[in-house]
Design a protein around this ligand. Structure first.
Ligand code: PEP
Length: 266
């Protein structure tokens, strides 16, 4: 899992977080449409992230395709008396390559802490699952000029105790909380400013070799009409898409826009 290529040399990563949506039939239909389109877009790494109960159904659809499977959360322990939880080995066994950790909905609605996210990131890496480590500021934090201190704090706490080569294997998703599911997107300049800050922080702590390799996604009301201008920014390597990933047409179009912008950048 160690990364050796710079993030710009890597394919754009576009991940669809389906949250708590879709029936099995709807999920299979959507996954089939994405797989069909994905076969014609080998330039992108596409990840579908259904609810736990739909992982098996979606796995059957994506298994012989380049489309990857991810989960929305997990516990940090391998097994035990944790009713209602799902472990890293469960996810690996279910065919997941990615796992979203520290999503703002988990942090805000389910009390997830930076320390818990750090344990989950370490557990994911132990099981060869790539964490999609989410961080981002709330609106009061942005308006109070505390964006960088909030994001910097989450980054440091989430990566605590990890060595550089492990950090290079993590996908980071900058998701301003005020932009998630609200239709308000960060401007390309706002997103780039935070992405550059994250990359710089990684460089300061883990060195020049790790920071260009770090894949940093943007998430927060990404749509077909803003994907190109966001992706054109230097430090945006992909997207974590919520609402717009529930429709094949919009998710596929976002992926196409990312590929188009990536070609312009490289
Ligand atoms: C998300 O859930 O991670 C997300 C970015 O959602 P949306 O695209 O709907 O804002």
């Amino acid at each position: 899992m160690e990364k050796t290529m710079s993030s710009q040399a890597k394919p754009p990563l576009v991940a669809g977080n389906w949250k708590m949506h879709l029936t099995a039939e709807e999920a299979k239909r959507l996954a089939s449409q994405v797989v069909k389109a994905g076969l014609e877009m080998p330039e992108a790494e596409i990840v579908l992230i259904p609810p736990f109960s739909l992982l098996g159904a979606v796995r059957k659809v994506v298994c012989d395709s380049p489309v990857q499977l991810g989960a929305q959360n997990m516990h940090w322990e391998d097994k035990g008396a944790f009713t209602g939880e799902v472990s890293p080995p469960h996810l690996a066994d279910a065919g997941c390559r990615y796992v979203v950790l520290g999503h703002s909905e988990r942090r805000q609605l389910f009390g997830e802490t930076d320390a818990g996210v750090n344990k989950k990131i370490k557990a994911a890496l132990r099981h060869e699952l790539t964490p999609i480590f989410c961080l981002g500021e709330t609106l009061p934090e942005r308006e109070g000029g505390r964006t960088m201190s909030r994001v910097g704090g989450q980054l440091e706490a989430g990566l605590e105790g990890l060595e550089g080569k492990k950090v290079g294997a993590i996908v980071i998703a900058y998701e301003p909380v005020w932009a998630i599911g609200t239709g308000k997107t960060a401007t390309p300049a706002q997103a780039q400013e935070v992405h550059a800050f994250i990359r710089e922080r990684i460089k300061e702590k883990y060195g020049n070799e790790v920071s260009p390799c770090a894949i940093i996604l943007y998430g927060g009301s990404v749509k077909p009409d803003n994907a190109f201008s966001l992706f054109r920014e230097k430090d945006i390597d992909g997207f974590l898409v919520g609402g717009a990933s529930l429709e094949a047409v919009s998710f596929i179009q976002i992926t196409k826009e990312a590929i188009r912008a990536h070609k312009e950048k490289t």
